[in-house]
Design a protein around this ligand. Structure first.
Ligand SMILES: NC(=O)C1=CN([C@@H]2O[C@H](COP(=O)(O)OP(=O)(O)OC[C@H]3O[C@@H](n4cnc5c(N)ncnc54)[C@H](OP(=O)(O)O)[C@@H]3O)[C@@H](O)[C@H]2O)C=CC1
Ligand SMILES: CC(C)(CO)C(=O)C(=O)O
Length: 308
């Protein structure tokens, strides 16, 4: 299987390094001037250093990939989806390895159902320096699946096994879309507040005021998903909140959201998170005042950080 990783940052470097080390034919697409010949990995999944192949121009790829792994930030999704068009062969598949709502939908819009695999990525990777990453946490396996149900369970299970054997624990789940939405709710509640207030997830959970805001963010998301016909694993916001505070936050209490570093650089994925909730709410006539305020505050902070 030929892998092309589009976006060799924290997550993409992990895929490129682990697949290459396992002997797979993997290559990364990087921006001009960002070529990498080696990637070193450290952290919870071990330490190694491996030569890697990268290209700065997709026309230099030389062959059609079997699987393209999209691991750019959500704000780069549409441009990256257009960039891969020349190498998206008749049998090529695409795996979305991103956070947020809208990436999978944009990919299906361009390449069709049954050609796009959805991954719920919930391990943490941080760039130490270009060509060096640390795998910091892993809250669960990566979950992969095809929300359209067209790709076979056999194929997807075999693909998950390839990733697991390469060192990235992965499993197939038919309900991958619900797993993604679980993560969207979790990221919408935690990431913007952690970024704006510069505190970790545990602090957000202990503070009565941020807890009240997270409750309202979650409540609005459940109103929106219910109106949009989006199925989650939960009967109600109350059901989810119990697990959120008691099960999900404690093991990641010390974690600061990646959005904190992003907001300092003046660009975040807010439009694929709380911003996407607002857009879905508008479409389905559901008010999302708290998600709206949070989205505007993050955008204001992005702008202020870009200007100074
Ligand atoms: N890091 C983590 O721990 C986790 C991340 N995620 C999600 O995974 C996705 C990727 O995140 P992450 O790896 O952290 O992001 P990074 O910013 O570290 O990596 C994205 C990389 O893609 C590059 N890129 C963007 N557009 C192109 C393009 N057209 N061609 C080639 N390269 C391109 C970026 O370059 P440049 O920087 O120059 O724009 C950057 O190097 C996000 O949706 C994130 O939310 C999910 C779980 C955990
Ligand atoms: C790193 C981790 C696991 C923290 O929740 C994550 O998945 C994210 O930040 O999106």
């Amino acid at each position: 299987m030929k892998f092309l990783i589009v976006g060799v940052g924290a997550i993409g470097s992990a895929y490129l390094a682990f697949l290459t080390k396992a002997g797979h034919d993997a290559i990364g697409l990087v921006k001009r001037g960002r070529k990498l010949n080696r990637i070193s990995v450290r952290g919870i999944w071990g330490e190694f250093d491996t030569p890697v192949k990268t290209v700065e121009d997709i026309s230099l790829l030389g062959s059609v990939p079997d699987l393209i792994i999209l691991s750019v930030k959500s704000y780069d999704t549409v441009s990256a989806l257009e960039l891969i068009r020349p190498v998206f062969g008749k049998d090529t598949l695409l795996m979305i390895a991103q956070n947020g709502y809208g990436n999978y939908e944009a990919a299906v819009e361009r390449y069709g159902k049954g050609r796009v695999i959805l991954a719920r990525v919930i391990f943490g990777s941080r760039i130490i320096e270009p060509g060096a990453i640390e795998i910091t946490v892993s809250a669960d396996d990566v979950v992969i699946g095809d929300p359209s149900g067209i790709l076979s369970e056999k194929f997807l299970t075999e693909l998950a096994d390839i990733f697991t054997r390469a060192g990235i624990p992965t499993r197939y789940e038919r309900e991958v879309y619900r797993y993604l939405w679980d993560k969207i709710i979790y990221n919408c509640a935690l990431n913007p507040l952690g970024a704006l207030l510069e505190v970790n997830y545990g602090t957000l959970s202990e503070n009565p005021h941020t807890r009240s805001l997270m409750d309202r963010i979650i409540y609005e998301i459940f109103e929106v998903t219910r109106s949009a016909g989006i199925e989650t694993f939960w009967k109600s916001a109350e059901d989810y909140k119990r697990v959120f505070y008691e099960k999900l936050i404690p093991p990641t209490a010390a974690h600061f959201p990646s959005m904190l570093a992003d907001i300092k650089r003046g660009k975040t994925e807010i439009d694929a998170l709380n911003g996407a909730i607002c857009k879905l709410g508008e479409k389905h006539n559901v008010a999302t005042p708290v998600n709206m305020v949070i989205t505007e505050l993050v955008k204001a902070k992005e702008l202020l950080n870009r200007e100074f």
